[in-house]
Design a protein around this ligand. Structure first.
Ligand SMILES: NC(=O)c1ccc[n+]([C@@H]2O[C@H](COP(=O)([O-])OP(=O)(O)OC[C@H]3O[C@@H](n4cnc5c(N)ncnc54)[C@H](O)[C@@H]3O)[C@@H](O)[C@H]2O)c1
Ligand SMILES: [Zn+2]
Ligand SMILES: [Zn+2]
Length: 392
């Protein structure tokens, strides 16, 4: 089959690789019909290079049709499924409590990481990912989400990751009718987080440097701001001088405007892999501009909810401010499955209340993935979300 493979920092290529096969009775194989590129893939492309191996198949936002179903899998050939990016057993102590990202069966103990993830580096188990024509789905007795056959892929595809990620961010932010919420970053995750805030009745402010991303959010009732030095002051003024009840950081560790973290990332990526891994596991620094701005902006007693990924082990944090302002911090990879019952009626609603059909800017064949990565990273050609079509 053809698959997108990691080749080096900022280098991916589509290669012919062996087809996946059933390895365990609860595995399934799907033929992938749509598979998206995520902001998280950009971290592999850039700063997580020391944890990648040449030839790794990337991708963790796939859906498709089952072509082989293991006898213990709960699926049948022909089922249409979305595959969550987290791999969990569904029945261990953590999964039973809804913490599927901490699954005790799939945890990657070698790196002291949580549950294994599709296509997401040694840190998360080096499991072959879904930007490919076929995908082996581990724990297919629990993970895959069966969907109907009538609506287009775009309606369902984002249940694999960014829609439940945004939903979890807003739930952790704990806002609803009449509350105020700010969102840093209007990539795909921030777009959905902001829209979900609006859907739940909050007044939503969002900060994003890229104009077409602001325009997209504004179409969905979000009050948008460019990233400039006075933006926090402007939003504070709009929220009674206090700041919003909650702030979501949907940017993560590669934020613009963080010169020290940027230098640290570049320094790590110049080291040989083994040294780079050691450095990131012990002294790694993130680019903290969005996180520090979130802490500054949130009102006293409010919540900062992180969906952006962080990976540093020695990040300086403003503990005085966090403690004095009495801020709650919530974060983590998304526990996908537990949120699906709330999300399914929204994605199937004829009115498309979360605008799943207004996010994708580019649908391209798998062969065009290397150019699509570059376009998504550099934000050229109005790119906001790319879906790859491995069968075309
Ligand atoms: N927690 C999870 O389970 C989970 C799941 C999916 C994605 N993520 C993470 O969420 C983050 C966002 O993902 P995405 O797909 O939307 O990616 P993205 O890279 O498209 O979005 C990031 C956005 O932030 C903007 N930005 C950069 N610096 C900023 C700053 N200082 N202030 C405000 N905006 C700034 C960028 O212009 C961009 O639009 C990434 O870190 C990704 O890894 C986490
Ligand atoms: Zn993702
Ligand atoms: Zn489990």
């Amino acid at each position: 089959m053809r698959a997108l493979t990691w080749q080096g920092k900022r280098s991916v290529s589509v290669e012919t690789v062996p087809d996946p096969v059933l390895e365990k009775p609860n595995d399934a194989i799907i033929e992938v019909t749509s598979t998206a590129i995520c902001g998280s893939d950009l971290h592999l492309y850039e700063v997580l290079a020391p944890f990648m191996d040449k030839g790794d198949i990337i991708g963790h936002e796939p859906m498709g049709r089952v072509v082989e179903a293991g006898p213990a899998s709960n699926l049948a050939v022909g089922d249409r499924v979305v595959v969550p990016f987290t791999i969990s057993c569904g029945s261990c102590w953590m999964c039973a409590r809804g913490l599927t990202t901490q699954c005790e069966i799939t945890q990657v103990r070698e790196y002291d990481s949580g549950a294994a993830l599709l296509g997401y580096s040694r840190l998360y188990g080096s499991v072959p990912g879904g930007q490919a024509q076929y995908l082996r789905v581990p724990h297919a007795d629990f993970n895959p989400i069966r969907v109907g056959s009538e609506l287009p892929d775009n309606r369902y595809l984002f249940l694999s990751d960014i829609l439940p990620t945004a939903w979890q961010a807003v739930r952790y932010a704990d806002v609803g009718e009449g509350d105020t919420l700010a969102v840093f970053g209007l990539g795909p995750v921030g777009q959905f987080a902001a829209r979900i805030g609006v859907h739940l009745g909050a007044e939503v402010f969002a900060i994003e440097p890229v104009q077409e991303r602001r325009e997209m959010a504004a179409r969905h009732g979000v009050r948008v701001y460019d990233l400039d030095k006075d933006v926090n002051e402007a939003i504070r003024e709009e929220t009674g001088g206090r700041g919003p009840d909650a702030v979501i950081d949907a940017v993560g560790m590669e934020a613009h405007g963080s010169p020290i973290g940027k230098f640290a990332h570049q320094a790590v990526s110049l080291l040989p892999d083994a040294l780079g891994r050691k450095m990131m596991e012990t002294g790694g620094l993130d680019r903290l501009a969005a996180l520090h701005s979130s802490i500054d902006l949130v009102r006293r007693g409010g919540t900062v909810s992180l969906s952006g990924i962080y990976g540093g082990q020695a990040d300086p944090m403003p503990m005085l401010t966090l403690f004095d302002k009495q801020i709650q911090l919530r974060m983590g990879q998304c526990n996908v499955k537990p949120w699906i019952d709330e999300l399914m009626p929204l994605v199937e609603d004829p009115g498309d209340p979360l605008g799943t059909e207004d996010l994708v800017t580019h649908r391209v064949p798998l062969n065009a993935a290397p150019q699509a990565y570059e376009m998504f990273q550099k934000k050229t050609d109005g790119c906001i979300k790319v879906v790859l079509e491995p069968q075309s």
